[in-house]
Design a protein around this ligand. Sequence first.
Ligand code: SF4
Length: 135
Amino acid sequence: MKKTVICTTCPSGCEMEATYTDENDFSVTGNRCKRGEAYCKNECFDPKRMFTASVKVEGGERAMLPVRTRTAVAKDKIMECAAAIHGLTVKAPVRMHDVIVSNVAGSGVDIIAAMTLESARAQGADGGKAQGGRK
Ligand code: SF4
């Protein structure tokens, strides 16, 4: 089997050609370094992606909270990640890295908050400084 893979590990963006029957019978050309070979092998046998999205927030200083998977998740789980947060609303306050969905789609990876979001009421006359809000 042959597969063309563009390495995204660094800005060089090497175009690689993998030839393989299985993980033990794998070769790659077009990579300028070993990192490209590892990336290409992962793309052929265990492709993963970071999942990023936003969810609604109730009572927050903003209406939406950016979320992401803690680590890259199997590429074939991305649609299930999207389904898991569809229609989800979280309550403020939320701390960066709080778990929003645990073990999403049985992947072993959590979806977490990508930023801290204070409650709307924490943004009082002092701009929320008294409760640790942004300055
Ligand atoms: S193969 Fe090496 S040089 Fe080429 S894009 Fe990947 S990391 Fe960069």
